[in-house]
Ligand binder design. Structure first.
Ligand code: ATP
Ligand code: MG
Length: 298
């Protein structure tokens, strides 16, 4: 049976979706890395806040990690309410991701609430036919309500990360200056190749971004950067995020770094990264202007 606009099909069932289409055309970015603790969530949250605050974007953060670190990082700014993303992923539904998300005190920024049941959803997905396509379908109308959707992936290449890669227009890979993180880049780019070949031929690599770069480790940083340039030169972001305690302190306070300490070095670096990403999106997307590099304000 053919899918028509405004309908959703799971297990042969077709039902009308209640979410009406908007007039935006979000660029969907999976923030993914095979290795844990490389700055995926910090990048998702801070980049999302920068895009909303300084570039006037409507941004949705989708937390695909049961650790719920997006909601934890923004707990003082996240509105109450919302619903379980896991339930949407598990059950045939007429709802969309946008309908379970909540707003924040940052104009333009929304996020899915904490959802520890995502581990269960990950397991249940594995028995579903078409399991890689579920998130893409759940974002189909949601995409028309935002300019950018950032998918914060768990630190593995399991069902949820694969769902993110299938739903995304591009992947952003944070990497800290360590050999293990670099080898994780290879893993995630390998998965991108497989997803491209099988399920999402349009998937692009938005870029690799070095995070938590401690200037005191100059020699190691240089070696790692050289390795990244040799292997994926043109994809490496010219903007690096330095090691900055303000990011951890902001998370502890449950706020984005712009609320907590707007003058922090990393706050400015993430604004520069946002600017680079907008330009990359404009270069990649054959858009009618959903995201332009020159609408910066503030
Ligand atoms: N630029 C930075 N400077 C200092 N600390 C940072 C920086 N970026 C991230 N951190 C800290 O490193 C830790 C891991 O960061 P984060 O949670 O963003 O990584 P992650 O890749 O999402 O981890 P996980 O794989 O568990 O999801 C956090 O405590 C965070 O505060
Ligand atoms: Mg994380």
């Amino acid at each position: 049976m053919r899918l028509s606009m405004g309908s959703v099909q799971f297990s042969g069932r077709v039902a009308a979706k209640s979410l009406q289409p908007g007039d935006r055309k979000a660029f969907v970015v999976a923030v993914a890395a095979q290795k844990g603790g490389v700055g995926k969530t910090t990048t998702t949250v801070t980049l999302g806040a920068a895009l909303a605050r300084y570039f006037d974007k409507q941004v949705l953060l989708v937390d695909l990690d049961a650790q719920s670190h997006v909601a934890l990082s923004l707990r003082q700014q996240l509105n109450q309410g919302g619903d379980s993303l896991a339930e949407l992923l598990e059950e045939p539904t007429t709802r969309e991701v946008a309908e379970v998300a909540v707003g924040t005190s940052i104009p333009g920024l929304e996020a899915t609430p904490a959802c520890p049941e995502l581990n269960r959803a990950e397991n249940r997905l594995s028995t579903r036919i078409g399991k890689e396509l579920v998130l893409r379908e759940l974002l189909r109308i949601s995409r028309t309500h935002y300019d950018v959707i950032l998918l914060d992936c768990p630190p593995n290449l399991g069902n949820l990360t694969i769902n993110a890669l299938v739903a995304a227009d591009a992947v952003l890979v944070p990497c800290n200056p360590s050999m293990l993180a670099v080898s994780g880049v290879e893993g995630v780019l390998g998965a991108v190749g497989e997803v491209r070949a099988a399920l999402n031929p349009a998937l692009e690599v938005l870029g690799l971004v070095l995070t938590r770069v401690d200037q005191r480790n100059g020699a190691t940083n240089q070696l790692i950067e050289q390795l990244l340039v040799e292997n994926w030169g043109e994809l490496l972001s010219p903007v690096q995020i330095g090691a900055d305690a303000a990011l951890g302190k902001a998370q502890l306070a449950g706020q984005d770094v712009y609320s907590f300490e707007a003058g922090a070095r990393s706050a400015g670096q993430y604004v520069e990264l946002a600017e680079w990403i907008i330009a990359r999106i404009a270069a990649l997307a054959n858009t009618d202007g959903a995201v332009e590099a020159d609408r910066r304000h503030g």
